[in-house]
Design a protein around this ligand. Structure first.
Ligand code: GUN
Ligand code: FE
Length: 460
């Protein structure tokens, strides 16, 4: 028999909403979730039942003395949001630089900003703000991009552990293709720093309970073949190591990649040849894909971070999310700050909806419109799939971690008591729709990661 869990276990009861499948929500009108003191979900119950009866029913898994929180009707539990792509160092540039397109934007705004992170005091100040703010906005898990600085990258690792966010962190690698201020001196140095950061993450969180390491080739134009090869070797050496990289963001980006990496027919052939495409690879953008790229992604089970706000701001193009999903490719949402101006995945759901509708208009094909249920899926379970964390987060289920939001729709435009008191499934779905389209992050009252409150009313 499994040992009886110790410590204070907790039961949350009320409305619980999450993705059942990519196209279907599961709505528990009077549900209960039992969370062990270590943050594991022990049960999910979907019928109205009194607190005492719940304690009795689940006494055999340690809940006979559990504390119980009963959510009032305007509130519901929702899975923590997952941001599959955010550049932490670009934070001070949010909403600036929207006059540029990709290459010019990197050289004018991004390079000078990223180069400044040799200043560790700045890294401490900015990264603390990034982590605290994204938690407040409901991002319980974030895949972070960083800079070429080892010390600053390790500070980000410290920040996510201190604030209790789930994250993927690694050092940005770039030795060419950009302005001088943002180059590393050599492939050797770039690889050495990358490995130091992987080692640091593994030292600080050996089990990967909250933070996991990645290697981070910025993209084809920024990392010559020997650097790509070395990073592929690192991934092979560090079991479970993720890869975060940009791919096929613009046509020019693809041309520059194929110029630096001779002999490849398409962008993804290059990553694949260096051992950088696998199920823990997170590819940002993937707007301008060749059929061979799609095939490579499908065969290697790599995932895609769709960044609709950023793609719109830089005018990169429109990602054909429907085609990716139809091919069986894992897709999640990313904010891609600061190319995107909004560090909120709640907001990214709306952007994803908008750009999918623009694509439908441009092509005359209605199928490109992303359905509401799909938007929820991309923001939660889809992101978990992309990060290879689907066994742990992205929704509520026995054995998963309790990463969750308490959403309160009382102040959302167009929501009134008749809706939140409504018992029909449609009423509950309308609550979520109205929160997503008419509400904002102000409705997120509490944020849990691993069963602990990490942002919201209980947190200073
Ligand atoms: N391609 C290479 N670097 C970047 C970056 O920082 N942001 C975006 N959006 N694309 C990139
Ligand atoms: Fe990016």
């Amino acid at each position: 028999m499994a040992p009886e869990p110790t410590g204070q276990h907790h039961i949350y009861t009320g409305r619980i909403i999450h993705s059942k499948t990519p196209t279907e929500l599961q709505i528990l009108q009077h549900g209960s979730i039992g969370v062990l003191s270590d943050g594991t979900i022990a049960f999910l119950h979907d019928q109205a039942i009194s607190p005492d009866d719940l304690r009795t029913k689940y006494a055999n898994v340690g809940f006979s003395h559990a504390s119980i929180t009963i959510l009032p009707r305007p509130q519901f539990l929702f899975p923590g949001l997952i941001d599959t792509h955010l550049h932490a160092p670009q934070w001070p540039n949010l909403a600036l630089g929207m006059d540029s397109t990709l290459k010019d934007w990197i050289e004018t705004y991004t390079d000078p900003m990223e180069a400044s992170y040799h200043d560790t005091e700045k890294a401490k100040r900015v990264y603390r703000d990034v982590v605290k703010t994204t938690l407040r906005l409901g991002s319980t898990t974030v895949a972070y991009n960083t800079t070429m600085h080892v010390a600053a990258t390790n500070i980000l690792t410290d920040c996510v552990l201190r604030e209790g966010q789930r994250a993927i962190v690694g050092k940005m690698c770039v030795t060419t293709g950009s302005t001088n201020e943002n180059w590393e001196a050599s492939t050797r140095e770039s690889l050495k720093g990358s490995e130091e950061c992987v080692r640091y993450v593994r030292k600080m969180d050996p089990e990967g309970r909250l933070v996991r390491p990645c290697v981070q080739p910025r993209g084809g134009p920024y990392c010559p073949p020997d650097l790509m090869r070395g990073l592929g070797e690192q991934v092979g050496r560090w079991e479970g190591c993720h890869v975060e990289a940009h791919m096929c963001e613009t046509e020019a980006d693809i041309e520059r990649t194929l110029e630096l990496h001779k002999g490849f027919a398409c962008y993804s052939d290059m990553y694949r040849a260096h051992g950088l495409l696998a199920n823990r690879t997170i590819l940002a953008h993937c707007i301008h894909l060749q059929p061979k790229d799609i095939q490579n992604i499908v065969e290697t089970k790599a995932g895609i971070a769709h960044n609709p706000n950023s793609n719109t701001c830089l005018r990169d193009g429109i990602c054909h999310v429907r085609d990716l999903l139809d091919s069986g490719i894992k897709v999640g949402l990313g904010t891609d700050c600061s190319a995107g101006y909004m560090p909120s995945i709640h907001s990214a759901m709306r952007s994803a909806s908008d750009v999918s509708r623009h694509l439908a208009m441009r092509t005359g094909e209605e199928r490109y419109v992303l359905k509401f249920e799909e938007l929820v899926y991309l923001a939660t379970m889809g992101g978990a799939n992309v990060l290879d964390m689907e066994e742990e987060v992205g929704g509520f289920g026995v054995g998963k971690r309790f990463d969750a939001l308490v959403v309160d729709v009382r102040d959302v435009v167009g929501v009134d008591e008749s809706l939140w008191e409504g018992e029909a499934e449609g009423d509950a779905e309308a609550l979520v729709r109205k929160w997503v389209f008419c509400g904002d992050d102000g409705s997120i009252r509490k944020v849990f990661v691993d069963g602990k409150v990490v942002a919201g009313q209980d947190v200073a």
